[in-house]
Design a protein around this ligand. Structure first.
Ligand SMILES: *Cc1c(COP(=O)(O)O)cnc(C)c1O
Length: 356
């Protein structure tokens, strides 16, 4: 059956399909016939070895179906039920995981810090962490145990290497563990141009949830333990949570398509570049207020509600994200320049009719 691809959209970077190299390895794994299940297969072993090469360290790697499970199970492995996790008030673990981290940790509390604003939107600061980590030290309040950073953040900003180090120093001072929600880790590395180890274990990150889905995989995220003592019994958590894929090779093998030849970075660079193109295009339009130059693959803008409604009537899909007419526009690994240009052109038309 021939199907015409649907119009590309900016609603989310998980609207895109899988990239050709991930699809290639998915098919190669399928062509290998009967192979051992539950991660005992050669593909899973190979990807774990490649991950260790990529990060230049002897890390423990696990695969789960999605980011909510990756974050929830990683945090549960760092916390007891009487502990707490310091995160930003816009963190995915706080706003979009239906209480998964609290549930899987049997009740660990999330302590949220007001997200910074302006160029640091979405980020935690060492000062905010210090405040939350020290304001209560009595046993009537859950004991702070973990800091969770999102890299790149939910508001499209990227922590610099220095910022991760400063937060890590604060973590050490308060004996906190450091977790990184890397659903868009690739976009952060592409933006910074650093080595992936620079913003993870070399800067004190204990566990990384390494996102593959938004970077071009069909499905699946990797949980990477840099402190291997923390992964003790993690396989049992994964199984109990219903996250152990029996045909694990179909989650793991496509990672070869991302890691080989640094496709993951090419995919992220492309998505980031499309966000820059979108930002440039929209910045020329009246009535559109852009919120900060993009660092990763997201553009945030405020539009008059008439313009947003008109754009939606023309078939464009995007999410209201922040209050007062703010929308989020996400670019994916396959977003075409022509899609960006068509969106900007429609936006120009909508602005003109709204102004007239
Ligand atoms: C997309 C995303 C996740 C993962 O979400 P799932 O829908 O559970 O796969 C986690 N963290 C952030 C910041 C995300 O944007």
């Amino acid at each position: 059956m021939n199907t015409t691809p649907r119009q590309q959209q900016f609603a989310s970077d998980n609207l895109a399909g899988m990239c050709p190299s991930a699809a290639h390895w998915f098919n190669v794994a399928n062509a290998s016939g009967h192979v051992p299940a539950y991660g005992e297969d050669e593909w899973t072993q190979q990807v774990c070895a490649r991950m260790r090469e990529l990060f230049q360290t002897d890390c423990d790697v696990y695969f789960v179906f999605n980011g909510t499970a990756a974050n929830s199970l990683a945090l549960a492995s760092l916390c007891q039920s009487y502990h707490s996790v310091i995160c930003s008030d816009v963190a995915h673990i706080e706003t979009d995981e239906c209480g998964g981290p609290e549930f899987f940790s049997n009740g660990s509390k999330l302590l949220v810090a007001p997200s910074a604003s302006g160029p640091h939107a979405g980020k935690l600061t060492p000062e905010a962490i210090e405040h939350l980590a020290s304001k209560r030290r009595d046993l009537h309040f859950p004991k702070p145990k973990v800091i969770s950073l999102t890299q790149s953040t939910e508001l499209g900003t990227v922590y610099s290497v220095e910022e991760v180090r400063a937060i890590s120093a604060m973590a050490k001072r308060h004996q906190l563990r450091l977790h990184m929600d890397g659903a868009r880790f690739a976009n952060a590395v592409a933006h910074l141009g650093c080595h992936p180890s620079d913003i993870t274990w070399r800067s004190g990150v204990d566990v990384l949830c390494f996102g593959g889905t938004k970077n071009g995989l069909p499905i699946g995220e990797a949980v990477v333990f840099f402190d291997r003592r923390l992964s003790e019994d993690f396989a049992y958590r994964v199984k109990q949570a219903g996250q152990l894929a029996s045909k694990m090779r179909f989650i793991s093998a496509p990672w070869l398509g991302l890691i080989n030849d640094d496709v993951w970075l090419d995919n992220a660079r492309h998505a980031n570049a499309m966000a820059q193109r979108l930002y440039q295009g929209l910045s020329a339009l009246p009535l559109i207020e852009l919120l900060g130059a993009p660092q990763a693959n997201a553009v945030f803008a405020k539009l008059p509600s008439a313009v947003a409604a008109d754009m939606r009537a023309r078939g464009w899909r995007f999410y209201d994200f922040i209050a007062d007419g703010g929308v989020r526009l996400m670019c994916a690994w396959d977003t075409e320049a022509a899609t960006v240009d068509a969106f900007v052109s429609d936006m120009a038309t909508c602005c003109t009719s709204a102004a007239g």
